[in-house]
Write a protein that binds this ligand. Structure first.
Ligand code: 5GP
Ligand code: MN
Length: 345
């Protein structure tokens, strides 16, 4: 095999840091399930992001390389942005899972509900997740909160099985690392992240082509929607927020995926510590994206409001109307920021 294996310094044999909610030696358990079974389901959360799509596709490729049948299923169509990833067309859209699988592998989910799919409770469940709000809801649980993406965990699984890391797998896994670290910017990035990125590039991922696809192939609707949101930008000290209404979505011909990343522009302002973005949904509810630069734990806030995520990037869905949701988040974030200021005074 080529040099891609020799330089590996990533923890391959064990799960890295294992919080209490992971099983003992989860990689070995999952490997055994994969080796003994024949038919698998792989799914992730609704509103696919780069990590959800990339890790689903790479795990599907691993299973096929092992001679297994892998059904890749999503509750919603894949966002346009990720449709050029290798094998993206093999993800099937469904609302219910029928039939029997040797295991259903859930990536990035803290519950069955998060998949948006019905019929999963009948299956043997394997949970692979890297969120701080991850939950041990499955028969086998591997939750590594230190992993930069669920794709990083799939990478370790590929290594543990001894399968060849193909260029297509590498491209999918590189996409998970690039997108879940915000282009190698977030606090989750460590030295080992670059070792992983290097491994994936050596195995055939094209970092330039992937970055161009993720960041320089935006649909015009997304830029128009961003303009609308930016005109509404509000600031209160170290806090910023912005939102879009259903009417804005219709006027700019925007798809829900066009909202991804808008919150980061607000967070990018100098002196701002936390930002949030809201999108009014059809049914009168409101989707919220929360971000911080490192001092405020937004996962704790999202968790209290029925959502989840990472310390610096989290989300939830609230009851409307929109101004009420704004006030709910504002009071949470004002409290959190006051706590931070008091602690550092
Ligand atoms: P985003 O703001 O980009 O939708 O999500 C930021 C992070 O929070 C992602 O890692 C996403 O998986 C997580 N997240 C967003 N919404 C929810 C939610 O409703 N429930 C849970 N458990 N996690 C969420
Ligand atoms: Mn992720």
């Amino acid at each position: 095999m080529s040099g891609v294996n020799r330089a590996a310094k990533l923890p391959v044999e064990n799960g890295g840091s294992l919080p209490a909610s992971s099983d003992a030696d989860p990689i070995a358990k999952i490997r055994q399930v994969l080796e003994t079974g024949g038919r698998f389901l792989v799914c992730s959360h609704a509103r696919f992001d780069g990590d959800a799509v990339g890790s689903t596709l790479a795990l599907g490729m691993l299973l096929k390389a092992m001679g297994k049948r892998a059904d890749l299923v999503s509750a919603e169509p894949i966002p346009h942005l990720y449709r050029r990833l290798p094998g993206a067309h093999t993800i099937r859209t469904a609302s219910e899972i029928r039939g029997h699988y040797d295991a259903a592998i859930l990536l990035e989910c803290d519950s069955l509900e998060r998949t948006g799919l019905r019929g999963l409770s009948r299956q043997f469940l394997v949970n692979i997740d890297h969120h701080i709000t991850g939950q041990p809801f499955a028969q086998i649980n591997w939750i590594d909160r230190e992993a930069v993406s669920t794709g990083e965990m799939v990478y370790r699984l590929v290594r543990a099985t001894g399968a060849r890391l193909t260029p297509d797998m590498a491209a999918c896994l590189y996409t998970t690392v690039l997108t879940d670290t915000g282009g190698f910017c977030y606090g989750s990035v460590r030295e080992s992240t670059f070792v992983l990125a290097r491994e994936l590039v050596l195995a055939g991922a094209d970092p330039i082509a992937i970055a161009q696809q993720m960041y320089f192939s935006l649909p015009a609707s997304k830029v128009l929607l961003l303009g609308t949101a930016l005109r509404r930008l509000k600031r209160e000290g170290r806090l910023t927020w912005l939102w879009v209404t259903q009417q804005d979505m219709v006027r700019t011909c925007a798809a829900p995926e066009d909202c991804e990343g808008i919150v980061n522009i607000a967070l990018g302002i100098e002196g701002v510590e936390a930002a949030f973005f809201l999108r009014e949904l059809h049914e009168g509810r409101v989707r919220v994206s929360l971000r911080s630069k490192g001092e405020v734990n937004v996962a704790a806030i999202a968790s209290r409001l029925g959502g989840g995520g990472h310390e610096n990037a989290a989300g939830c869905t609230l009851d409307g109307p929109l101004p009420r949701a704004v006030q709910e988040i504002l009071s949470e974030l004002r409290g959190a920021l006051a706590g931070v200021t008091a602690a550092s005074a």
